[in-house]
Design a binder for this molecule. Structure first.
Ligand code: ADP
Ligand code: ZN
Ligand code: MG
Length: 495
């Protein structure tokens, strides 16, 4: 079945079949060093330079658990509402692969770090809780490189820099019912982990990887169908496309009298299709056994309490607070809590400006627009939050016009200077001096006898034109309300 045929056929198929999805999300923990040795985790180092006997899997080298990795994993577990086990255990998951020099992955099996959590997702107007089965800690393998070398048609290369990088695997319950729910789930998990600074969750760098387990069943049937596991979903778009393809494939297969077989399938982003990769291995294939070189992981209550109390406000709580405390619209609160740096930027600026709604508009409009145009992130904004707050403050106080603010902001962006400095240097302060304005108004009135006559004849809309003339003469610096008042007075006087 081609992927374009799916778009047509899927809605009709879904009337009769219900998709069931469970996700396994692997997240790289944001530690400086690897999980069982002191090698750096830095990305893009020359191949096989961040390695030592432990992460090369040399015989006799012993692992030492990275405390920070455990701390980050615990934070993730708390944020995802899991119960953290006071004692968990590492296990060897044995398999052969060229990028796995030890011949096993150190993971956790029947005693994982944390269990029974949940994530709340929002789909249209519906709020849904997706259960998390478990979170366990494990090390990453190295990387096989099959392309990009002159002799790639004959050889593959292995880079072990990634070997031993700390990961958590977050396993969901099979509780998602559409690709949209799966998308929302991963989005929410990603946002939470980024807020906590547990992981950068940068999918391009493979810091967040997702495998999707998919089955379908006739609507109304309780029993779950046979699932396939889809791998290679390294972007949100691919996740959604692969799921829609796989759901339609399974339904079409069943409808035509076939049976879904339990297998691992690979998503091909070029065709938008999934293809069988291997029959599904079972837990017993891995010969799991307790890792003899590591003690059971015992977590004392005091440390757990310290970690819990150090947790930052989570995105959903912050969203609610922005609506309640600052009166933002839900949509704006959503945008402004997309990442932690942005939400903190907004809040700092809003406190200084004293006008949260206007601040929100400036952050989401002018600031994000200009950052995007330059391909920059909020964390490297040339306008610090304090400066944007300062601009909105003088704007809200009526010291400068909106038009002037729009002229000042790009200068702040270009120079990094605060609004006050630019206003002072360029003599941009709003003219609110009635004496100076009266002179300009007198000039405008005598230069426009026809419009003045029309106004006096009852065509009051002409006033806007005359106000415009004054604004032009003051290069937009006059206080519009004051100009309007003075003009009315002036024109009234002569009557
Ligand atoms: P396995 O033993 O094949 O690894 P698990 O029971 O460990 O299977 O589940 C792995 C993932 O597959 C979990 O995210 C789970 O929610 C999901 N899952 C299990 N059964 C199904 C099913 N029938 N359909 C869709 N997803 C499923
Ligand atoms: Zn090492
Ligand atoms: Mg499993």
């Amino acid at each position: 079945m081609s992927s374009s045929a799916i778009d047509v056929a899927l809605p009709e198929m879904l009337a009769r079949y219900e998709p069931v999805i469970g996700l396994e999300v692997h997240v790289q923990l944001a530690t400086a060093t690897k999980i069982f040795c002191g090698c750096p985790t830095s990305f893009a180092a020359p191949p096989n330079t961040n390695v030592c006997p432990v992460c090369l899997g040399l015989p006799g080298a012993l692992p030492v658990l990275n405390r920070t990795a455990v701390e980050l994993a615990i934070k993730a577990a708390f944020a995802l509402d899991c119960t953290v086990r006071p004692e968990s255990r590492f296990a060897r998951k044995n398999y052969f692969y060229p990028d796995l020099p030890k011949g096993y992955q150190i993971s956790q099996y029947d005693e994982p770090l944390a269990e029974r959590g949940s994530v709340t997702i929002h789909i249209a107007d519906e709020v849904k809780r997706i259960g998390i089965t478990r979170i366990h800690v494990e090390d990453d393998a190295g990387k096989s490189i099959h392309e990009g070398f002159r002799d790639s048609d004959r050889y593959s290369y292995v880079d072990l820099n990634r070997s031993g990088t700390p990961l958590i695997e977050i396993v969901s319950e099979p509780e998602m019912r559409s690709s949209a729910e799966a998308y929302a789930y991963v989005t929410e998990v990603k946002q939470i982990l980024q807020f906590l600074e547990v992981s950068t969750c940068d999918m391009e760098k493979g810091h967040l990887r997702c495998d999707a387990n998919v089955s379908v069943r006739p609507r109304g049937q309780e029993k779950l169908g046979t699932k396939a596991e889809v791998k290679n979903l390294n972007s949100f778009r691919f996740l959604k496309q692969a799921l829609d393809y796989e759901i339609a494939r399974q339904i079409a297969l069943i409808e035509s009298g076939g049976r879904v077989v339990q297998e691992t399938r690979l998503y091909n982003p070029d065709t938008g299709e999934t293809a069988a990769m291997r029959s599904k291995e079972h837990a017993h294939d891995y010969r799991y056994f307790p890792e003899p070189d590591l003690e059971p992981l015992r977590l004392n209550a005091k440390w757990l309490a310290e970690i819990r109390s150090s947790m930052p406000e989570l995105p959903s709580a912050r969203r609610h607070r922005f609506v309640g405390e600052y009166g933002l619209r839900e949509y704006d609160a959503d945008v402004l809590t997309q990442n932690r740096a942005l939400s903190e930027y907004f809040e700092t600026a809003a406190k200084i400006s004293g006008d949260p709604k206007t601040t929100a508009n400036w952050v989401m409009g002018d600031l994000l627009g200009m950052l995007k145009a330059e391909g920059r992130e909020i964390s490297t904004s040339p306008v610090p939050a304090e400066n944007l707050g300062g601009l909105v403050k003088v704007l809200a106080a009526g010291e400068i016009s909106g038009k002037l603010a729009k002229e000042i902001f790009p200068k702040m962006f270009a120079t990094g200077r605060p609004a006050a400095v630019i206003i002072e240097q360029e003599g941009l302060r709003q003219m609110s001096d009635a004496g100076a304005l009266e002179k300009i108004i007198a000039d405008v009135v005598s230069a426009n006898p026809k419009q003045v006559e029309q106004y006096r004849g009852g065509k009051t809309t002409v006033l806007n034109y005359l106000v415009g003339q004054v604004m032009k003469a003051t290069r937009g610096q006059a206080n519009v309300a004051l100009v309007t008042d003075l003009l009315k007075q002036k024109l009234g006087d002569v009557c």
